[in-house]
Design a protein around this ligand. Structure first.
Ligand code: MN
Length: 477
């Protein structure tokens, strides 16, 4: 059976359950349009700062489409998943089930299904000139130049055939050359093994995928897990994939654009600076290099860009991390109910944890456990079940009224943190935990939150309406 995903024509034929709305990119864009969340930019907006500027102004409000950007025939799209609620919509789950649903998909991946005649190979270019073929924007003020920011870098272990998917920032360094930042995770591990044997590593860079595949690419799962199979679990059926034309890598068949190439052994070239998620620049340094050997795409492709530091950037990293924190913590601490990585903390550095506290001291154990899950987390705040961890004002209120610094503060010096946090010393810094839970021994009334009985259940629309201009005459007679 040939299944063509991403055609925007709805569920694949023969599928028993309907696919979530986020299972195809064009279906998702149509859905955003139909619900007033897709903005069309003026034709011909500048690829240097113009596209990024307007996308940022619309960040969190609406996704954007840019026709003829910089005069280029291929449109740019941005801001596809810039609200937590949109991600729930794309997956077809209520907000309170988002993290558990994502974690379940990580635990029960669905193998991809190979299909013939993929949309992503309708047009094949073997004469590669990246900026002629694709509208690649320049985002922030001091970015070195044009960057591919929403490219899923797919690699494949030559012996086992296991794939890895991750997003890496990719600087356009030449007509067929990309500078890549490979942090010490799975892509780098695959590459180092090949480089040690004097071999290049085949890669594919996939631009313009459905929202579920985009989210799956950010899953925090052990090496040896193909993130495309997590996309299959999120869609509830096998993700249609196809083999690249010049190597063995399998890519989503419905993708808009695919670059095929190699990570070059023993080659390093300057890359950066580039505006990153903490709202600062990643520095210029010698980094890995990809040589692009072919570019394939749909007949009329869309080029997805993620503006550095945007909500889309922060949330794409944040939600899968939250899912990972929740499952890790719950294994050691069954009292943990919910977690949140706040936007002010760049969806990486500030974690709030909600617990149903049963023992004194438990909150501090949770702090220590959370700090050990991922080195990026810097400050952990633990609150009780009456505090909504997804609302930063609620968390601040708990700190303001339930926390005493001499008693409830944990500080650990000299730990590994994020290298992109400029206040650290090359990534080494301090961790802090705040226990903002109520002491179990406190008299009940001392920490009882005020509330008006019946307020929550009230039907406000049925009980009130907008005051008319003659409101005073109506009420005072
Ligand atoms: Mn991985």
């Amino acid at each position: 059976m040939t299944v063509q995903s991403g055609s925007g024509s709805g569920p694949a034929s023969g599928a028993t359950a309907p696919l979530p709305i986020g299972a195809t990119l064009r279906g998702w864009l149509d859905h955003l349009q139909a619900t007033g969340r897709l903005t069309l930019g003026a034709p011909g907006m500048d690829l240097v700062h113009g596209v990024a500027g307007l996308a940022n102004r619309l960040d969190g409000i609406s996704a954007s489409v840019f026709p003829r950007p910089g005069g280029h025939p291929v449109p740019v799209i941005s801001g596809l998943l810039s609200q937590r609620a949109w991600m729930c919509e794309a997956m077809g789950v209520p907000q309170q089930e988002l993290l558990r649903h994502f974690e379940q998909a990580c635990l029960e991946p669905v193998p991809s299904e190979e299909v013939a005649d993929p949309r992503c190979q309708e047009v094949v270019n073997r004469d590669v000139d990246l900026t002629r073929l694709l509208p690649i924007p320049t985002h922030n003020e001091h970015d070195r130049g044009a960057y591919i920011t929403a490219g899923l870098l797919i690699t494949r272990h030559p012996e086992s055939g296991v794939q890895n998917v991750a997003i890496h920032r990719l600087q356009v360094s030449g007509p067929d050359r990309l500078g890549a930042l490979l942090l010490p995770r799975h892509t780098l591990a695959f590459f180092q093994e090949q480089e040690a044997a004097g071999r290049d590593l085949d890669v594919a860079v996939v631009i313009g995928v459905d929202p579920l595949t985009l989210l799956a690419s950010q899953a925090i799962v052990p090496i040896g897990h193909d993130e495309l199979e997590i996309s299959g679990a999120l869609r509830g059926s096998a993700l249609p994939v196809t083999r690249c034309l010049t190597n063995e890598i399998r890519v989503p068949a419905g993708a808009e654009i695919v670059l095929e190439g190699r990570l070059l052994a023993d080659v390093r070239e300057p890359e950066g600076p580039f505006g990153e998620f903490p709202q600062y620049y990643g520095e210029r340094a010698l980094r890995h290099v990809i040589e692009v050997t072919a570019v394939t795409h749909r007949r009329t492709p869309l080029f997805h860009t993620i503006v550095g530091g945007s909500r889309e950037h922060l949330l794409l990293g944040g939600i899968p991390r939250e899912a990972s924190f929740l499952s890790h913590l719950r294994r050691s601490f069954p009292s943990v109910r919910d977690v949140h990585l706040s936007r002010g903390g760049t969806c990486r550095y500030h974690l709030a944890v909600q617990i149903d506290k049963r023992s004194e001291g438990e909150a501090k154990n949770v702090i220590l456990g959370a700090l050990a899950v991922h080195y990026d987390v810097k400050h952990v705040t633990v609150v009780d079940t009456d505090v909504d961890v997804h609302d930063p004002t609620e968390v601040e209120w708990a700190v303001a009224t339930r926390f005493q610094a001499d008693r409830d503060l944990v500080v650990v010096a000299g730990t590994q943190g994020s290298k992109l946090d400029p206040s650290t010393d090359g990534g080494v810094g301090a961790k802090m935990g705040l226990d903002a839970t109520v002491p179990l021994s406190a008299p009940e009334m001392t920490f009882t939150r005020i509330r008006v009985p019946g307020q929550r259940e009230m039907d406000v629309d049925g009980l009130s309406w907008a005051a008319p201009p003659d409101w005073l005459e109506r009420v005072a007679r």
